[in-house]
Structures are given as structure tokens and as C-alpha cells.
Design a protein around this ligand. Structure first.
Ligand SMILES: [Zn+2]
Ligand SMILES: [Zn+2]
Length: 214
């Protein structure tokens, strides 16, 4: 199985990249993504991150992908073309305190339309504060994601998105990923909720992004 959202000491995690990979190996994952928060990186630190992941890729028997967790801001996603080129994938997450559901969904739409973005992170974790989207609004988001070829993660940390949204993704061919959002090595591979809800929604391997690597 996969865990596409893990943090290390390169941002606010406590383990090293090697620690996260070792835990993934121990838990029998086939694929792990390292996805540190973008705002911790200077250009120099970013290059060190990319080189270290590359080095560990060569030593490990499982597949390791170099990712990042970028922020969706009102001005756009804070990922540059140069950074995206060096990464295997980019997660975009909304971490701004939302000004209501409409403004929040607008942010998500900005990220879906950004060519550098592959996956929308923990979609729905702010709905307890903004109120939940209508079915029509969910449909609009999924259709936009379908059009732009974007995936959504199923976050075991936040237990989002909702089952109905995941069902819509599967129906429209929008890909999904499993995500622990681990901030310590022991949490890597903690994707039980993701797997459970994916199965409940009727998901099969083909509905997963990077299924060819599993
Ligand atoms: Zn996040
Ligand atoms: Zn995260």
C-alpha cells in the first residue's frame, strides 16, 4: 500500500527521511511519499532535500517519491515551476483560516487549476468551521478536478474527505491517494481509515494515483 503524505525534520516532523522510509518498509508499504511543508525551504535546503531523497531511493527496495506540501493562498499556490520540476508530485493544502465556505472552495478551485499541483490535501478538514458544501458544490469541485487531472488524498489524520465525496471522485475517474500526514516515524503507514473508507466507497486499485507503482 501507499502513504503519500509524510513529514520529516525538513519541516515540522521529528524523524529523518530515512526513519520514515524504514517505518514504511517495516509496515510493508510499497510506496512512500515525503511531503514536507514548502515554507520551511530555502533554495539550499530544498536542494539538500531532493539529493537526500534521491540517495535513499537508490538504497531502498520500496518506491520513494519526492513530494512537497504547498499552501493554497488567496494569491495562488506557493510552489514555483523550478521546484515542481525537481519533485515527483505536489500536494496543495489550504491552511488559511477560512472566511466561510464559498471563499474556502474558491481556494480549492485555484489549486485544482494550478498546473504544478497533483493532489489536493486534506480536503474537508475545515468544513466543521465553514459549514459543509452542498452536493452541487461537491460536484462542481469534482468536475473541475476531472477536467484538470487532479487527485484528492484520503487523509487518515483528519478523516476527510467525506464518503459521498470519495464516491463522486470514483464515479468521475478522479484519482485518490492514502495519506497518514505523519509527523513522526511511528505514524508513517497509519492509513487504516483511508483504506477503510476507500473500500466502502467502492474504490479499486485503478482509482489510486500512482497505482502503477503499487
Ligand atoms: Zn496540511
Ligand atoms: Zn501535512
Amino acid at each position: 500500500m501507499m502513504d503519500m503524505h509524510t513529514h520529516t525534520q525538513y519541516s515540522d516532523g521529528i524523524g529523518t527521511i530515512r526513519d520514515n522510509v524504514a517505518e514504511a518498509e517495516k509496515k510493508g508499504l510499497r510506496l512512500i511519499g515525503i511531503s514536507d511543508h514548502i515554507h520551511y525551504f530555502t533554495p539550499k535546503r530544498f536542494n539538500a532535500y531532493i539529493s537526500e531523497i534521491k540517495r535513499i531511493k537508490e538504497e531502498s527496495e520500496i518506491t520513494i517519491l519526492a513530494g512537497i506540501e504547498a499552501n493554497i493562498l488567496t494569491t495562488g499556490v506557493d510552489i514555483t515551476d523550478d521546484m515542481a520540476k525537481k519533485l515527483d508530485y505536489v500536494i496543495a493544502s489550504a491552511h488559511l483560516w477560512p472566511e466561510g465556505i464559498n471563499a474556502h472552495l474558491e481556494l480549492i478551485k485555484i489549486a485544482i487549476q494550478d498546473d504544478n499541483v497533483d493532489i489536493i490535501g486534506h480536503f474537508g478538514n475545515l468544513f466543521p468551521y465553514t459549514g459543509y458544501p452542498s452536493h452541487g458544490e461537491y460536484l462542481e469541485i469534482v468536475e473541475l478536478a476531472e477536467e484538470h487531472g487532479k487527485a484528492f488524498e484520503i487523509s487518515s489524520r483528519y478523516r476527510v474527505p467525506e464518503l459521498d465525496f470519495i464516491k463522486l471522485c470514483i464515479k468521475r475517474g478522479v484519482k485518490l491517494t492514502f495519506a497518514s500526514d505523519a509527523h513522526m516515524p511511528a505514524e508513517v503507514g497509519a492509513i487504516g481509515w483511508s483504506k477503510k473508507v476507500f473500500k466502502k466507497a467502492g474504490g479499486t486499485k485503478d482509482d489510486l494515483l500512482f497505482s502503477e507503482l503499487l
